[in-house]
Write a protein that binds this ligand. Structure first.
Ligand code: IVH
Length: 663
């Protein structure tokens, strides 16, 4: 087990820190599997630093406070070349010998401190107010580029930036959108939000990463330069950013700044500037600190990327739920690496506030560097030809009167037959996380809609080959494939249909919960508000929306039609078995401790799991039952402290007999 741990930690270091894996993923997985098996067989030998133990323990109730022995200061800012030159001059004037600098990328994440004692990762904390932070060790342990053990038995406290790579950020927001959860505005918020979760399982799923850039306490180090420290940190197995550079003149510093200002869009992580640090540690000490920040470093902040363009029109779109959204149509312009031609204006209030008129010259920026936004109007560029914009009184798609629902800023079309809403609803119905009908994307739905071939969801299942062949760009082959995909979707499990119907507030996740709980559409249709509230994760808003939805005659008819067309109305995923349902172990969290005469640990675990229980390694408030064999130690003591039910082996055996799994 020790050998496997060592090997796996080395692979991990090569993969996550050096970015140079030496083995195939499959080999890593296989060794990990082997270690897991051994750990299962010998749970008492599981080492806390084992790579399997990154996500361990139960959720916390709150974070503990941690005092930073050396305060975590922030940096003074520079906003332009002159500020950088002033900094370099001030630093050089304060020092007699020649001075050199290290330039680094300023990572846009969350500042954290990591403490290693005798080579072991013992604590990780947020910066907090610089003096007192929060203990987020269990979340930081889930970051694979943070080694649980470093290569020497050193004691040190280091600092760095935890961040979320772009790729992980985009995937996370996509998933949240599907689940109807609010999106994170930028990777920094997402990283911070993930590290503030009390349950480390959440952080573990978020694919966070880290770059270490500085040292708090490091007693035995003989290093005299910041650059030497960066090299040493890397040797110890700690992840530093590879793009740092030593610069001897202000010209070299400016070159670095200019280079990264251009290259920034190609990085897989967000940077918001460049940090310039005096390299020599003695010189750093001589320069000292102001109350808030060191005099030996400065942070140059990139200007938020903006561009100027003309707003040529304001278009209105009707969403699936009837909300009317005004969108600015722009002359194409490049911002932060991509071409922008449209920007949401959200609602009329915002247009009024910013006094945006058609024909205006406007400044565009990407909020969180992703979603384009109109920042302001260049009023001085107006010619007098610009036109004020007013929201219409009627829906641009169906002509019904638009309304504001209680306190909403948004204007809505409440005609449920509005063709624009119906079409958006169809696009949603066939989308990947709903019925997932291949070959039936937005474009084809538009075509079908225009040709009057579909008006409702049910019409999709009545499409015929001859009709489809008449459409543009629809050949024999694509029509056959499309019809096959439509046919196949009839067999989808209930949650896809539920999500696809687009019931307000019912995202993919709620749909799954409902399908699992009620099993059939009939059951769900008959469920009362109270029945729905009984379900975990279903709150008043969702319950209310579901009850209202199923009361509509149109909905009742639609579901009847879909049934007749052969669409499956049952949940087909895994359900708790009959054995599990009736068992007293079902959904219970159980801890095994001590030695039993008749069962090994893994036998007992297997039996409990068969009956729907979960076996965990440590006792907490969430534990329902502790089964204690002989020589039970600290777990039993803890269970007694927390007043948790404890059984001995006899009671366990009796319970198994009662369940009928033991004779
Ligand atoms: S050095 C004494 N280096 O920027 C402060 N900071 O205001 C030493 N940051 O709070 C900080 N990348 O969260 C340093 N390469 C880097 C950095 C960096 C990002 C953050 C850090 C700090 C803030 C500075």
């Amino acid at each position: 087990m020790e050998q496997l741990t060592e090997e796996l930690n080395q692979y991990n270091y090569e993969y996550h820190v050096l970015d140079q894996p030496s083995v195939e993923d499959a080999i890593y997985d296989q060794k990990m599997q082997e270690l897991r098996k051994l750990e299962e067989a010998y749970p008492d030998l599981v080492h806390p630093d084992s790579p399997t133990q990154r996500v361990g323990g139960e959720p916390l109730d709150a974070f503990q406070k941690v005092e930073h022995k050396i305060p975590m200061l922030s940096l003074a800012n520079a906003f332009n070349e002159q500020d950088i030159r002033d900094f370099v001059r001030r630093a050089s004037q304060g020092i007699e010998e020649p001075i050199s600098f290290v330039c680094e990328l300023k990572i846009d994440g969350l500042a954290v401190s990591l403490t290693y004692e005798n080579g072991k990762f013992v604590r990780g904390a947020t910066r907090g107010d610089g003096y007192i932070g929060e203990d987020i060790t269990s979340n930081l342990r889930t970051i694979r580029s943070i080694p649980l053990v470093i290569k020497e038995k050193e004691t040190l406290e280091i600092r760095g930036e935890a961040y979320m790579p772009h790729r992980s950020f985009l995937a996370l927001n996509k998933e949240r959108e599907v689940n109807g959860e609010p999106l994170f505005a930028n990777p920094r918020n997402a990283a911070a939000g993930s590290l503030r979760q009390l349950d480390p399982k959440i952080a573990a799923k978020r694919n966070l990463d880290i770059f270490l850039y500085g040292v708090g306490e490091w007693n035995n180090s003989k290093l005299t330069k910041h650059s030497e420290r960066l090299v040493r940190l890397k040797e110890l197995g700690l992840k530093t950013n590879p793009e740092w550079k030593k610069c001897n003149t202000v010209e070299e510093v400016m070159e670095y700044v200019d280079y990264w200002t251009k290259e920034r869009p190609h990085l897989d992580y967000e940077i918001d500037g460049i940090v310039i640090k005096v390299d020599d540690l003695k010189q750093q000490e001589e320069l000292g600190y102001t109350a808030k920040s060191p005099r030996w470093a400065i942070a140059y902040k990139f200007p938020a990327e903006e561009a100027i363009t003309k707003l040529t029109d304001i278009e209105l779109s009707v969403g699936r739920t009837g909300v009317i959204t005004p969108t600015a149509i722009l002359n194409p312009v490049k911002v932060a690496g991509t071409t922008v031609q449209r920007a949401s204006l959200h609602n009329e209030d915002l247009i009024r506030e910013q006094d945006i008129r058609i024909g205006d010259t406007v400044v565009i920026k990407k909020a969180g560097d992703i979603i384009p936004k109109v920042v302001r109007v260049l009023v001085e560029d107006r010619t007098g030809e610009e036109k004020e914009f007013h929201m219409p009184k009627e829906c641009p798609a169906c002509g019904s009167e638009l309304v504001h629902l209680e306190e909403e800023v948004a204007l809505r079309c409440i005609n449920t037959n509005c063709p624009a809403q119906v079409k958006e609803g169809l696009i949603h119905f066939v989308s990947r996380n709903a019925m997932n009908i291949d070959g039936l994307g937005e474009k084809v739905i538009n075509q079908l809609f225009q040709a009057n071939l579909v008006k409702t969801i049910a019409d999709i299942y009545r499409l015929e080959k001859e009709e489809l062949l008449k459409l543009e760009r629809m050949g024999e082959k694509s029509v056959t494939n499309l019809l096959q995909a439509i046919e196949a979707s009839k067999a989808n499990s209930l949650e896809r249909l539920l999500f696809g119907l687009g019931i307000r507030f019912v995202g993919a996740k709620a749909a799954k919960t409902l399908a699992m709980e009620f099993e059939t559409m009939d059951n769900l249709q008959q469920a009362t508000y109270e029945d729905l509230l009984e379900v975990d994760e279903i709150g008043e808003k969702i319950a209310d929306s579901i009850v209202q939805y199923f009361q509509e005659q149109k909905v009742i008819d639609l579901i009847q039609e879909l049934k007749e067309l052969g669409i499956n109305m049952s949940y087909l995923g895994a359900k708790p078995t009959e054995l599990e349902k009736g068992s007293i172990f079902n959904e219970k969290t159980i801890v095994l401790t001590g030695k039993m005469d008749n069962y090994t640990r893994s036998e007992a675990k297997e039996l409990i799991e068969q009956l729907g229980g979960t076996v965990t390694g440590s006792v907490s408030k969430k534990t329902d039952l502790v089964i204690a064999g002989e020589d039970a130690g600290s777990k039993l003591t803890k269970a007694k402290q927390l007043d948790i039910l404890v059984w001995d082996e006899n009671q366990f055996q009796q319970a198994l007999k009662d369940e009928g799994v033991e004779s």
